[in-house]
Write a new protein. Sequence first.
Length: 287
Amino acid sequence: MVHNNQGNTNNKTSRPNLVIFDFSGTLSLGAVLFSREKTIRQALKDSGFDALGIDDPETFWNDLVIPTWEEGSTTTKGYIRVLAEQAEQLLRSGSNKPDLETIKKASFHFVNAYFSYSLIDPRWGPSFQFLNNRKDTDTVIATDHYAEATGHIIKEVQKMGLKAAPLEQALRQEKFFVASSADLGWPKTRQEFWNILKQFLGPGFYEQILLIDDFGFNEQEDFYGGKTKALKRRQKVSSLVEEAFTAKPGTFPFFLEQAYPNGEGLSRSYPDLIEKAHLFLETHLRI
Protein backbone atom coordinates (compact mmCIF):
# COMPACT_ATOMS: atom_id res chain seq x y z
CA MET A 1 0.00 0.00 0.00
CA VAL A 2 1.22 3.48 -0.90
CA HIS A 3 1.55 5.98 1.92
CA ASN A 4 4.82 7.90 1.72
CA ASN A 5 6.69 8.60 -1.47
CA GLN A 6 8.46 11.71 -2.69
CA GLY A 7 7.44 11.16 -6.27
CA ASN A 8 9.37 11.44 -9.49
CA THR A 9 10.43 15.04 -10.08
CA ASN A 10 11.79 14.75 -13.63
CA ASN A 11 10.33 17.24 -16.10
CA LYS A 12 7.55 18.19 -13.69
CA THR A 13 7.52 21.85 -14.68
CA SER A 14 7.03 20.97 -18.36
CA ARG A 15 3.51 19.72 -17.68
CA PRO A 16 1.39 22.53 -16.23
CA ASN A 17 -1.92 20.71 -16.87
CA LEU A 18 -3.42 17.84 -14.91
CA VAL A 19 -6.56 16.01 -16.01
CA ILE A 20 -8.26 13.71 -13.50
CA PHE A 21 -10.87 11.16 -14.61
CA ASP A 22 -13.15 9.06 -12.46
CA PHE A 23 -13.58 5.44 -13.57
CA SER A 24 -16.90 3.77 -12.69
CA GLY A 25 -19.82 5.75 -14.05
CA THR A 26 -17.52 8.02 -16.05
CA LEU A 27 -14.95 6.17 -18.15
CA SER A 28 -16.86 2.91 -17.67
CA LEU A 29 -20.61 2.79 -18.13
CA GLY A 30 -20.43 -1.01 -18.02
CA ALA A 31 -19.39 -0.91 -14.36
CA VAL A 32 -22.72 0.80 -13.66
CA LEU A 33 -24.84 -1.40 -15.92
CA PHE A 34 -23.49 -4.48 -14.16
CA SER A 35 -25.33 -3.27 -11.04
CA ARG A 36 -28.74 -3.68 -12.66
CA GLU A 37 -30.87 -6.28 -10.89
CA LYS A 38 -31.14 -8.61 -13.88
CA THR A 39 -27.37 -8.60 -14.44
CA ILE A 40 -26.54 -9.14 -10.77
CA ARG A 41 -28.96 -12.06 -10.54
CA GLN A 42 -27.40 -13.68 -13.59
CA ALA A 43 -23.89 -13.17 -12.22
CA LEU A 44 -24.89 -14.72 -8.89
CA LYS A 45 -26.28 -17.71 -10.76
CA ASP A 46 -23.35 -18.13 -13.15
CA SER A 47 -20.75 -17.76 -10.41
CA GLY A 48 -22.29 -20.38 -8.14
CA PHE A 49 -23.38 -18.00 -5.40
CA ASP A 50 -27.01 -18.72 -6.26
CA ALA A 51 -26.56 -22.42 -5.48
CA LEU A 52 -24.93 -21.51 -2.16
CA GLY A 53 -27.97 -19.52 -1.06
CA ILE A 54 -26.89 -16.00 -2.06
CA ASP A 55 -29.41 -15.56 -4.82
CA ASP A 56 -30.78 -12.02 -4.72
CA PRO A 57 -29.28 -8.53 -5.21
CA GLU A 58 -30.50 -7.28 -1.83
CA THR A 59 -28.51 -9.89 0.05
CA PHE A 60 -25.51 -9.28 -2.18
CA TRP A 61 -25.47 -5.52 -1.57
CA ASN A 62 -26.61 -5.39 2.06
CA ASP A 63 -24.79 -8.42 3.45
CA LEU A 64 -21.71 -8.71 1.26
CA VAL A 65 -20.70 -5.45 -0.42
CA ILE A 66 -21.72 -2.65 1.93
CA PRO A 67 -20.21 -4.19 5.12
CA THR A 68 -16.88 -4.83 3.37
CA TRP A 69 -16.61 -1.78 1.09
CA GLU A 70 -14.36 0.29 3.35
CA GLU A 71 -11.90 -2.55 3.89
CA GLY A 72 -12.03 -3.67 0.28
CA SER A 73 -11.52 -0.19 -1.14
CA THR A 74 -8.72 0.97 1.19
CA THR A 75 -6.56 -2.16 1.53
CA THR A 76 -4.77 -4.50 -0.83
CA LYS A 77 -6.92 -7.53 0.10
CA GLY A 78 -8.89 -7.30 -3.14
CA TYR A 79 -12.51 -7.85 -4.11
CA ILE A 80 -12.25 -11.64 -4.41
CA ARG A 81 -10.85 -12.11 -0.92
CA VAL A 82 -13.16 -9.73 0.98
CA LEU A 83 -16.17 -11.12 -0.89
CA ALA A 84 -15.21 -14.71 -0.09
CA GLU A 85 -14.53 -13.98 3.57
CA GLN A 86 -17.82 -12.14 4.04
CA ALA A 87 -19.78 -14.82 2.17
CA GLU A 88 -18.20 -17.55 4.30
CA GLN A 89 -19.20 -15.69 7.44
CA LEU A 90 -22.75 -15.15 6.16
CA LEU A 91 -23.23 -18.79 5.13
CA ARG A 92 -21.65 -20.22 8.26
CA SER A 93 -24.88 -19.76 10.26
CA GLY A 94 -27.10 -21.45 7.68
CA SER A 95 -28.02 -25.09 7.32
CA ASN A 96 -25.96 -25.34 4.14
CA LYS A 97 -22.32 -24.79 5.06
CA PRO A 98 -20.19 -24.94 1.91
CA ASP A 99 -16.45 -25.28 2.18
CA LEU A 100 -14.28 -22.20 1.80
CA GLU A 101 -12.80 -23.33 -1.53
CA THR A 102 -16.28 -23.48 -3.08
CA ILE A 103 -16.98 -19.96 -1.82
CA LYS A 104 -13.64 -18.70 -3.13
CA LYS A 105 -14.40 -20.20 -6.54
CA ALA A 106 -17.78 -18.45 -6.64
CA SER A 107 -16.15 -15.16 -5.60
CA PHE A 108 -13.51 -15.53 -8.31
CA HIS A 109 -16.10 -16.08 -11.04
CA PHE A 110 -18.34 -13.27 -9.80
CA VAL A 111 -15.51 -10.72 -9.68
CA ASN A 112 -14.31 -11.76 -13.12
CA ALA A 113 -17.83 -11.16 -14.45
CA TYR A 114 -17.84 -7.71 -12.85
CA PHE A 115 -14.55 -6.70 -14.42
CA SER A 116 -15.64 -8.07 -17.79
CA TYR A 117 -18.30 -5.35 -17.68
CA SER A 118 -15.98 -2.68 -16.25
CA LEU A 119 -14.37 -1.61 -19.50
CA ILE A 120 -13.33 1.86 -20.62
CA ASP A 121 -15.84 2.78 -23.28
CA PRO A 122 -14.06 3.01 -26.66
CA ARG A 123 -15.81 6.33 -27.32
CA TRP A 124 -13.33 7.89 -24.88
CA GLY A 125 -10.58 7.05 -27.39
CA PRO A 126 -10.46 10.49 -29.07
CA SER A 127 -10.16 12.24 -25.68
CA PHE A 128 -7.34 9.97 -24.56
CA GLN A 129 -5.50 10.41 -27.86
CA PHE A 130 -5.96 14.16 -27.55
CA LEU A 131 -4.43 14.10 -24.08
CA ASN A 132 -1.64 11.77 -25.16
CA ASN A 133 -0.65 14.21 -27.91
CA ARG A 134 -0.24 17.08 -25.47
CA LYS A 135 3.26 17.38 -24.05
CA ASP A 136 2.03 19.68 -21.29
CA THR A 137 -0.54 17.37 -19.69
CA ASP A 138 -0.59 14.53 -17.17
CA THR A 139 -3.69 12.36 -16.88
CA VAL A 140 -4.76 10.43 -13.79
CA ILE A 141 -7.59 7.95 -13.44
CA ALA A 142 -8.52 8.39 -9.78
CA THR A 143 -10.94 5.84 -8.42
CA ASP A 144 -12.40 4.44 -5.22
CA HIS A 145 -12.02 0.77 -6.00
CA TYR A 146 -10.73 -2.66 -5.05
CA ALA A 147 -7.08 -3.68 -5.43
CA GLU A 148 -7.71 -5.64 -8.65
CA ALA A 149 -8.87 -2.47 -10.40
CA THR A 150 -5.39 -0.96 -10.79
CA GLY A 151 -4.03 -3.61 -13.15
CA HIS A 152 -7.39 -3.89 -14.89
CA ILE A 153 -7.58 -0.16 -15.68
CA ILE A 154 -3.96 -0.10 -16.87
CA LYS A 155 -4.77 -2.88 -19.33
CA GLU A 156 -7.82 -0.93 -20.51
CA VAL A 157 -5.65 2.12 -21.27
CA GLN A 158 -3.08 -0.08 -22.99
CA LYS A 159 -5.83 -1.45 -25.24
CA MET A 160 -5.96 2.09 -26.67
CA GLY A 161 -2.29 1.80 -27.61
CA LEU A 162 -1.22 4.11 -24.77
CA LYS A 163 1.20 3.74 -21.85
CA ALA A 164 -0.13 3.67 -18.31
CA ALA A 165 1.26 2.84 -14.89
CA PRO A 166 0.28 2.69 -11.22
CA LEU A 167 1.62 5.59 -9.20
CA GLU A 168 4.45 3.64 -7.57
CA GLN A 169 5.81 2.70 -11.01
CA ALA A 170 5.10 6.00 -12.73
CA LEU A 171 7.77 7.27 -15.08
CA ARG A 172 7.71 10.71 -16.66
CA GLN A 173 7.53 9.31 -20.19
CA GLU A 174 4.20 7.79 -19.23
CA LYS A 175 1.34 10.25 -19.17
CA PHE A 176 -1.50 8.12 -17.83
CA PHE A 177 -1.47 7.05 -14.19
CA VAL A 178 -3.91 5.04 -12.09
CA ALA A 179 -4.57 6.18 -8.51
CA SER A 180 -6.79 3.73 -6.64
CA SER A 181 -8.06 4.10 -3.09
CA ALA A 182 -6.99 0.50 -2.43
CA ASP A 183 -3.39 1.39 -3.28
CA LEU A 184 -3.31 4.77 -1.55
CA GLY A 185 -5.17 3.58 1.54
CA TRP A 186 -7.73 6.39 1.52
CA PRO A 187 -10.91 7.23 -0.45
CA LYS A 188 -11.17 10.27 -2.71
CA THR A 189 -13.21 12.10 -0.07
CA ARG A 190 -10.17 12.24 2.24
CA GLN A 191 -7.36 14.78 1.99
CA GLU A 192 -4.78 12.00 2.36
CA PHE A 193 -5.71 10.55 -1.04
CA TRP A 194 -4.89 13.77 -2.87
CA ASN A 195 -1.81 14.55 -0.80
CA ILE A 196 -0.30 11.16 -1.66
CA LEU A 197 -1.24 11.63 -5.30
CA LYS A 198 0.56 14.96 -5.35
CA GLN A 199 3.68 13.40 -3.80
CA PHE A 200 3.91 10.94 -6.66
CA LEU A 201 3.26 13.50 -9.35
CA GLY A 202 6.10 15.63 -8.01
CA PRO A 203 6.65 18.89 -6.14
CA GLY A 204 5.59 22.30 -7.35
CA PHE A 205 2.09 22.80 -8.66
CA TYR A 206 -0.05 22.45 -11.74
CA GLU A 207 -1.28 25.69 -13.22
CA GLN A 208 -4.51 24.06 -14.30
CA ILE A 209 -6.42 21.01 -13.09
CA LEU A 210 -9.48 19.57 -14.82
CA LEU A 211 -11.70 17.05 -13.08
CA ILE A 212 -14.18 14.83 -14.97
CA ASP A 213 -16.20 12.79 -12.50
CA ASP A 214 -19.74 11.58 -11.88
CA PHE A 215 -19.18 11.93 -8.10
CA GLY A 216 -21.25 8.77 -7.60
CA PHE A 217 -24.34 10.17 -9.34
CA ASN A 218 -24.48 7.56 -12.13
CA GLU A 219 -23.80 4.63 -9.82
CA GLN A 220 -26.07 2.57 -7.59
CA GLU A 221 -28.23 5.09 -5.74
CA ASP A 222 -28.40 3.20 -2.45
CA PHE A 223 -24.62 3.12 -2.36
CA TYR A 224 -23.84 6.79 -3.01
CA GLY A 225 -27.15 8.51 -2.30
CA GLY A 226 -28.23 10.15 -5.56
CA LYS A 227 -27.81 13.66 -6.89
CA THR A 228 -27.87 15.59 -3.61
CA LYS A 229 -24.96 13.63 -2.22
CA ALA A 230 -23.22 13.71 -5.60
CA LEU A 231 -23.29 17.52 -5.56
CA LYS A 232 -21.89 17.52 -2.03
CA ARG A 233 -19.16 15.08 -3.10
CA ARG A 234 -18.33 17.37 -6.04
CA GLN A 235 -17.85 20.31 -3.71
CA LYS A 236 -15.84 18.27 -1.21
CA VAL A 237 -13.53 16.61 -3.75
CA SER A 238 -12.93 19.90 -5.54
CA SER A 239 -11.92 21.51 -2.24
CA LEU A 240 -9.58 18.62 -1.40
CA VAL A 241 -7.90 18.81 -4.81
CA GLU A 242 -7.47 22.56 -4.45
CA GLU A 243 -5.96 22.13 -0.98
CA ALA A 244 -3.47 19.50 -2.18
CA PHE A 245 -2.37 21.14 -5.42
CA THR A 246 -2.89 24.84 -4.60
CA ALA A 247 -4.98 25.18 -7.73
CA LYS A 248 -8.76 25.36 -8.03
CA PRO A 249 -9.91 22.59 -10.38
CA GLY A 250 -12.29 23.11 -13.23
CA THR A 251 -14.94 20.41 -12.91
CA PHE A 252 -17.08 18.66 -15.46
CA PRO A 253 -19.86 16.87 -13.54
CA PHE A 254 -20.43 13.76 -15.63
CA PHE A 255 -24.10 13.49 -14.67
CA LEU A 256 -26.14 11.33 -17.02
CA GLU A 257 -29.72 12.43 -17.65
CA GLN A 258 -31.27 9.30 -16.22
CA ALA A 259 -29.38 7.76 -13.34
CA TYR A 260 -29.59 4.24 -11.97
CA PRO A 261 -31.49 1.96 -12.41
CA ASN A 262 -32.70 2.90 -15.92
CA GLY A 263 -29.89 1.28 -17.90
CA GLU A 264 -31.44 2.13 -21.27
CA GLY A 265 -31.60 5.81 -20.40
CA LEU A 266 -27.99 5.74 -19.29
CA SER A 267 -26.88 4.16 -22.53
CA ARG A 268 -28.70 6.76 -24.64
CA SER A 269 -27.27 9.82 -22.91
CA TYR A 270 -23.76 8.47 -22.35
CA PRO A 271 -22.18 9.14 -25.80
CA ASP A 272 -23.53 12.70 -25.87
CA LEU A 273 -21.99 13.40 -22.48
CA ILE A 274 -18.64 12.00 -23.65
CA GLU A 275 -18.68 14.49 -26.53
CA LYS A 276 -19.41 17.34 -24.13
CA ALA A 277 -16.58 16.22 -21.85
CA HIS A 278 -14.21 16.18 -24.83
CA LEU A 279 -15.25 19.72 -25.74
CA PHE A 280 -14.62 20.69 -22.10
CA LEU A 281 -11.04 19.40 -22.42
CA GLU A 282 -10.40 21.13 -25.72
CA THR A 283 -11.83 24.41 -24.45
CA HIS A 284 -10.06 24.57 -21.12
CA LEU A 285 -6.62 23.11 -21.72
CA ARG A 286 -4.07 25.82 -22.26
CA ILE A 287 -2.44 25.98 -25.67
